[in-house]
Design a protein around this ligand. Structure first.
Ligand code: ADP
Ligand code: XUL
Length: 518
C-alpha cells in the first residue's frame, strides 16, 4: 500500500492505494475550520488586513495527527504502507529556528506534533498563497536584480506577490531579528515531509519553482535571486530534489503512534497543482486540467519552458518530466461560496438555478467577481463588478450565471499564451461535482469535460508518486487509477454564442484593468 497526503488550503486529506489489487483502499479528510476552531481559521486561513493572509503551521500538524488517527480508527493496518508522499498548497512558507532539527530527531509519540514543534517556529504564522501584501518587495527584487522579463525566463514567473521570495524579503525587512533567528525556511510541502521523515526534507522542483528563487533551467537556487531577496538566504534553504525522492525511513513517532512499519519510506513532497497534474493522468503532454479547489487553476504538461508574456502565468517543474504551465485565480470557490451565502442557497439550489438560467451568454450581462483582489489579471478587491446592470433588479439565476460565465471566460482568455489545443478538459477539485459549474466550463471552452472517481486528484497524485518510487510505471498507474468516471462526461453547448461573448468579456476586463489594475 502507498499513502498520499494532500495538505490543501482548507483541509488535509489522505488516500491509501493498493497497487497489487489496483484499488483505492481509503480516503479520509480533516477540515481545518470545522475541526480546529481554536485557530480562528474558518476557511483554513486568517486575513488580518492589508492583503496579509496567513495560517498556523501548528494547525497543519494537528490535522496530520488527526487524519492518521482516523485511518487507524477505521481499522486500517498502516504497517502495510511501503512509502508516503504528499503535496501541499503552493507558496506557503514556514520559518524555523535552530531547535527544529533536534526536535525532529527526538519526537515523543506520547505528545502531539503541535505541542512539540511550537517552540521551533521563528514566525508563528505562515504567509500562504492568498497573501498579496508584497507589491513593494516584488518591485525591489526586479529592480535590483533583473528586469521582470528576465526574472520570468529564469524562475518561471515574474516577481509575484504570493511567491515565497518576495514573502521572505518582507519578513526580513519587517522582522530582521526573527529573520536572523530563522535557520531553515521550508514550504508547506517540505515542512510536512520533514515531519514524516524526522529530518529536514528537500524542496522539489514543482514547488521550488513557485518561489522566484529557483533557476527552472538548471533546477538550482539562483544566487542573484537569493541575494536580491534577503541576506544569508542560501544557508536557510533546504536542498532541491525531484518530487518523490527518498529522504529516509519514516520517523519513529509515526511507527510508535500509528503503527507504521519502521521500513516505510518517507519521500520528498510537491505542490498541490503538480501533484494534481500527476493524479489526473495529465503529466504527459496533451491533456488540460482545470482544478476547482479553494483557488481555481488551469494547468497542463509542457515539454519546453515557455513563459507568459503578460506576466500572470507560471512555469513549474512537472514531477514526472519537464515542465507544467499554470494560471491561478483567487476568486474561485470562495467567490462562489460568497454568492451562495448571500442568496442563502444550498449547493443543490445553486446548481439548479445556474443550470436552468438560459440563455447561454446571459444576454450580455457580464460580471467579474472581485471579492478578494484578483491575481489573474491583477485587479483590486471591488466586490461583484458588473457591466452596468444591477443584480438587485434581476433573478438570482441571472447573477449566478454571470458569476460562472465570468469566472470561466476570464480563465479561457488568460490561458491563450499557453497555445493549448483543447480537445477535452479534465475537471477536479471540490467544486467539480457541481453540474452547473462543469457545464459552464464545457460551454465556454467548447470542449467536453471529464471527471475522475476520486475526490482528491492531489492526494492520488502523491500516492502515485509514492508507488513510482518503488519502480511502478507511471503509465500503468494512470491506466489503473486515473480513468475518467463513467457517465460523467459533459458535452459542450452554445458555440455560436460564446465566441462573441468572449470578445465582450475581454473588453469588460480591459475596462476594469484601467480602473482597478495594480
Ligand atoms: P482545497 O483543496 O483548496 O482545500 P477542495 O478541492 O477541497 O479545496 O474544494 C473545496 C471547495 O469546494 C469549497 O471551498 C467549496 O466551495 C467547494 N465545493 C464543495 N462542494 C461543492 C458543490 N457541490 N458545488 C460547488 N462547490 C463546491
Ligand atoms: C498556485 C496557487 C494555488 C495554491 C493553492 O500558484 O497559488 O493554486 O497552490 O491551491
Amino acid at each position: 500500500m502507498y499513502l498520499g497526503l494532500d495538505a490543501s488550503t482548507q483541509s488535509l486529506s489522505a488516500i491509501l492505494i493498493d497497487t497489487a489489487q489496483g484499488e483505492i483502499i481509503a480516503e479520509e479528510s480533516v477540515n481545518f475550520g470545522a475541526e480546529f476552531p481554536e485557530y480562528g481559521s474558518a476557511n483554513g486561513f486568517i486575513s488580518p488586513g492589508k492583503g496579509v493572509v496567513t495560517a498556523s503551521p501548528l494547525m497543519w500538524l494537528d490535522a496530520l495527527d488527526l487524519v492518521l488517527q482516523r485511518l487507524c480508527d477505521k481499522g486500517l493496518d498502516l504497517a502495510k504502507v511501503r512509502a508516503i508522499c504528499g503535496a501541499g498548497q503552493q507558496h506557503a512558507s514556514v520559518y524555523l529556528n535552530s531547535r527544529f532539527e533536534s526536535v525532529l530527531r527526538k519526537l515523543d509519540a506520547t505528545r502531539s506534533l503541535s505541542e512539540q514543534f511550537a517552540s521551533t517556529l521563528s514566525r508563528a504564522q505562515s504567509p500562504i498563497w492568498m497573501d498579496n501584501s508584497t507589491a513593494e518587495e516584488c518591485v525591489e527584487i526586479s529592480n535590483s536584480v533583473y528586469p521582470n522579463k528576465k526574472v520570468s525566463e529564469l524562475t518561471g514567473s515574474v516577481a509575484t506577490q504570493r511567491f515565497t521570495g518576495p514573502q521572505i524579503r518582507k519578513f526580513y525587512k519587517q522582522s530582521p531579528e526573527a529573520y536572523s533567528q530563522t535557520t531553515t525556511i521550508h514550504l508547506n510541502s517540505s515542512f510536512l515531509a520533514s515531519i514524516i521523515a524526522g529530518s529536514s526534507a528537500p524542496i522539489d522542483f514543482g514547488d521550488g519553482a513557485g518561489m522566484n528563487l529557483m533557476d527552472i533551467r538548471t533546477n538550482e537556487w539562483n544566487s542573484e535571486m537569493l541575494e536580491a531577496t534577503a541576506p544569508e538566504l542560501s544557508n536557510k534553504l533546504p536542498e532541491l530534489k525531484n518530487s518523490g525522492s527518498y529522504i529516509s525511513k519514516i520517523s519513529g513517532y509515526f511507527v510508535n503512534k500509528y503503527g507504521f512499519c519502521p521500513n516505510c519510506d518517507a519521500l520528498s513532497w510537491t505542490g498541490d497543482n503538480p501533484a494534481s497534474l500527476v493524479g489526473m493522468g495529465a503529466a504527459t503532454a496533451g491533456k488540460v486540467v482545470i482544478s476547482l479547489g479553494t483557488s481555481d487553476t488551469l494547468f497542463a504538461a509542457m515539454p519546453e519552458s515557455k513563459t507568459d508574456p503578460n506576466g500572470f502565468g507560471h512555469v513549474f517543474g512537472n514531477p514526472i518530466k519537464g515542465y507544467m504551465s499554470l494560471i491561478c485565480f483567487a476568486n474561485g470557490s470562495l467567490a462562489r461560496e460568497s454568492l451562495k451565502q448571500q442568496f442563502n442557497l444550498s449547493w443543490e439550489q445553486f446548481e439548479e438555478l445556474a443550470l436552468t438560467s438560459k440563455p447561454l451568454g446571459n444576454q450580455g450581462k457580464l460580471a467579474v467577481p472581485l471579492f478578494t483582489s484578483e491575481i489573474t489579471p491583477r485587479l483590486q478587491q471591488a466586490g461583484f463588478k458588473t457591466n452596468e446592470w444591477d443584480p438587485q433588479d434581476e433573478p438570482v439565476a441571472t447573477t449566478l450565471r454571470a458569476l460562472l460565465e465570468g469566472q470561466f471566460s476570464n480563465m479561457k482568455l488568460q490561458s491563450e499564451w499557453m497555445q493549448l489545443e483543447i480537445n477535452e478538459i479534465l475537471l477536479t477539485g471540490g467544486a467539480s461535482k457541481n453540474q452547473a459549474i462543469a457545464q459552464t466550463v464545457a460551454d465556454i471552452f467548447q470542449a467536453p469535460v471529464k471527471r475522475l472517481e476520486v475526490s482528491s486528484s492531489v492526494g492520488l497524485g502523491a500516492a502515485i508518486l509514492a508507488a513510482r518510487s518503488e519502480g511502478a510505471s507511471y503509465n500503468t498507474l494512470v491506466d489503473t487509477f486515473c480513468a475518467p468516471s463513467a457517465g460523467t462526461t459533459l458535452p459542450q453547448d452554445g458555440s455560436a454564442i460564446y465566441s462573441s461573448h468572449l470578445r465582450d468579456h475581454s473588453h469588460f476586463l480591459e475596462s476594469l484593468e484601467n480602473s482597478l489594475g495594480y
